[in-house]
Design a protein around this ligand. Structure first.
Ligand code: UDP
Ligand code: MG
Length: 318
């Protein structure tokens, strides 16, 4: 009874976007198949978002509404939607029409043709974003590719298609604060891309103010990288090297008689101990990092196929 396609849309105070969204999403989906469901996740909106969606359900049988009891944030709302979606393919899309619903058909066709588990929507053109948004986004993807790995696709946000296999693998991950734009590529499942032009928000204002952007970046870094924990090691080693130079300098000064009595020994002791402490902190950090990754308990592999299995699983669930 699983529909072919689920479309998950997190919505937070999007009352003005609902009518234009429906006007474009519905024909786009109807053109693909009738066998779909739209999973609107109302993320504890304070406006009429939920009421408006609920009102649409009467003459749009494929529309489902899931209401969260309080605002949980974009990624958590996505998790709720992915968990509840029943489709053999699941597309996530923003409610503000910045991602074109017309591309969903292309994503689905590509996934089915090439047996892909993931199709990323990649923003080919962000001209409509503000300069600030473009700069911060570019910095974010640069940082992630450096810290996490160069397999993180550039400019792939949360507009993507996942196969049932990929959704189940994602949901089986024990991550508490998932950042899907990193977790999905981390799965390493067969993937493709569909590029699109990022449009302007159709109504309302962004629900990602600076604070939330910083939060997402912090979650991304701490979920995938122990680099901040290693910072102490590097600082310690640097101050250690400085200390060696300064010891030479202090001894020369002492012999040449430039220094006040006691300065050399104090100076060297301070630098030496500081370096030692930072290095030890860094060492602790290494162990904390290992404990953390153990607690995260992410699987180290995902089975593709096993010829000996009673039911041979396909790479995709198509
Ligand atoms: N969103 C949500 N919960 C939140 C914040 C945002 O469900 O707490 C939804 C929002 O309604 C939209 C999507 O997440 O559908 C992306 O948010 P937005 O368009 O404001 O982000 P931007 O495109 O500005 O980065
Ligand atoms: Mg948006």
């Amino acid at each position: 009874m699983a529909p072919l396609l689920s479309v998950v849309i997190p919505m937070y105070n999007e009352q003005d976007a609902i009518a234009p969204l429906t006007a474009r999403l519905r024909p786009a989906l109807d053109a693909i198949t009738a066998d779909y469901e739209v999973v609107a996740v109302d993320d504890g909106s304070a406006d009429d978002t939920a009421q408006l969606v609920d009102g649409l359900r009467a003459d749009w049988p494929q529309l489902r509404l899931i209401r969260l009891r309080r605002n949980a944030g974009h990624q958590a709302a996505l998790t709720a939607g992915l968990t509840r979606a029943r489709g053999r393919y699941v597309v996530s899309i923003d409610a503000d029409l910045q991602d074109p619903p017309e591309k969903i058909g292309e994503m689905l066709a590509l996934a089915r043709r090439d047996h892909l588990d993931v199709v990323y929507g990649v923003r080919a053109d962000r001209a409509t974003d503000t300069v600030f948004k473009r700069r911060t986004a570019a910095a974010y993807y640069r940082l992630m590719r450096r810290l996490v790995g160069s397999w993180v696709p550039r400019d792939a946000g949360d507009f993507r298609l996942l196969s049932r296999t990929a959704v189940d693998a994602l949901l089986a991950l024990p991550d508490h604060q998932p950042v899907y734009r990193l977790l999905v590529p981390a799965l390493g499942f067969p993937s493709g891309t569909v590029s699109y032009v990022r449009a302007e928000r159709v109504a309302g204002t962004t629900k990602y103010p600076l604070g939330r952007m910083v939060r997402l970046a912090l979650d991304s870094v701490t979920n995938f990288s122990a680099a901040p924990l290693r910072l102490a090691t590097w600082l310690g080693l640097i101050s250690f090297c400085c200390c060696l130079v300064m010891i030479g300098f202090g001894v020369v000064g002492y012999v040449a008689g430039w220094t006040v009595p006691g300065w050399t020994s104090l100076f060297v002791a301070v630098l030496f101990l500081g370096g030692l402490q930072l290095t030890c902190l860094g060492l602790l950090g290494e162990y904390v990092a290992r404990i953390y990754s153990t607690v995260q308990a992410r699987p180290t592999y995902h089975i593709g196929t096993d010829t000996a299995a009673a039911r041979v699983e396909e790479t995709t669930s198509a």
